[in-house]
Design a protein around this ligand. Structure first.
Ligand SMILES: *Cc1c(COP(=O)(O)O)cnc(C)c1O
Length: 362
């Protein structure tokens, strides 16, 4: 079951006090609070994966010459554990994250972590820190698996040693009161990825290359940035950390998966859900010119971004150096709102799980 590795458990001798934990859970943000424990597994060339531990959450000690600090050989995942109506804890499609973690590792020349070990690590951590899974509104326990080159060596080649960690962070709704329509900055100069690059791998480097545009977006009062294809700067690709959908009446259009786009699990779930509800989904290139004319003719009714952290977020307007384009009526559209609540109902174990997506942990 656990990929044939025994986990050693070291309990945190000084866990956060119950009252303090309750106070933290009552006032959640995103990504600043962490639970009492974490998972750690080491890898060494020749030895394979070894030394699997559930241990107290603590800072790492790192040699300044550790390879990841210099050459960014690192990948991550992001998924959530949800408090179900019966008080138990469920996860949404963790096997898909485990499989993507393997593909990301392969692209970054890293040894893949066996999916059953990935899944067992999540289970061990959630069971231990189950009291940290919040129970209110759209809150959840965000899980962050990472893998990085831990070899102390400045030579340039794939490292011979790696570290796998899983952290857990209770998070609230990104926007209080559900889905607040957001503004997007259209980036015309910088690319987050390009053909033959690492765009389809969930690696920190893709984020690093997106941050200059993200800063520009924030300077223009936008929450997020959308990138265009690196070759022609004509077709939409995705946001810095979310996939994008355009709604034209009863048809959803989303850019096709190429090696420049991250294959989002939320994206895949939205496509499945939408088709199941009788909507048409087209995975095809969509250009800014099409966007302009569809927005002008009101053929474009809604637009949204999707990803684990923000679920489904309506996009109200697109801003660029050329000015502003408002999408639909600038609010949360009907299709976006109903897909969002259908997805959340499945994720939280409130609706029947017709697609076999939900896994019970506790
Ligand atoms: C993680 C991520 C997404 C969303 O993927 P989900 O599996 O839906 O969370 C989209 N784009 C990028 C660049 C990402 O890193």
């Amino acid at each position: 079951m656990n990929g044939s590795l025994e986990f050693e458990t070291r309990q945190n001798a000084t866990p956060v006090a119950v009252a303090e934990r309750e106070a933290l859970l009552a006032n959640l943000g995103f990504g600043r609070t962490f639970t009492d424990h974490m998972v750690s597994i080491s890898y060494s060339d020749g030895k394979g994966w070894y030394d699997a531990r559930l241990e107290p959450y603590a800072p790492l000690r790192m040699d300044p010459a550790t390879a990841v600090l210099h050459y960014a050989q690192s990948i991550f995942e992001g998924l959530k554990a949800y408090r179900a109506p019966d008080g138990g804890v469920v996860m949404f499609r963790p096997d898909a994250n485990a499989a993507r973690f393997v593909r990301s590792a392969e692209r970054m020349a890293m040894p893949p972590l066996p999916p059953e070990l990935f899944l067992h690590s999540l289970r061990v951590l959630i069971e231990q820190d189950r009291d940290w899974v919040p129970g209110s509104g759209e809150s959840s326990l965000y899980l962050r698996p990472i893998q990085y080159a831990s070899e102390v060596y400045l030579g340039v080649r794939p490292a011979l040693q790696y570290q796998f960690l899983v952290l857990a962070s209770p998070v609230g709704a990104i926007f209080a009161g559900g889905a607040k329509p957001c503004s997007i900055w259209l980036e015309r100069e910088n690319n987050r990825s390009g053909p033959g690059g690492t765009g389809a791998a969930k690696c920190g480097g893709n984020y690093a290359s997106s941050l200059l545009a993200q800063a520009e977006a924030m300077r223009h009062g936008c929450e997020q940035v959308v990138f265009l294809d690196a070759t022609e700067h004509r077709h939409f690709e995705e946001l810095g950390g979310m996939n994008v959908f355009f709604v034209l009446g009863d048809t959803l259009v989303t850019p096709p998966l190429t090696d420049t786009i991250l294959p989002g699990i939320t994206r895949d779930s939205v496509i499945t859900l939408a088709r199941h509800r009788g909507l048409t989904v087209e995975e095809r290139s969509y250009s800014i010119d099409e966007f302009r004319s569809d927005a002008a003719s009101d053929a474009l009714t809604e637009m949204f971004a999707c990803g684990t952290a923000a679920v489904i977020t309506p996009i109200a307007r697109l801003l660029s150096a050329d000015g502003e384009i408002v999408v639909g009526d600038g609010g949360s559209g009907r299709v976006t709102t109903s897909l969002r609540s259908a997805l959340l109902d499945i994720q939280y174990g409130r609706a029947e799980d017709e697609f076999g997506w939900v896994q019970r942990i506790v």
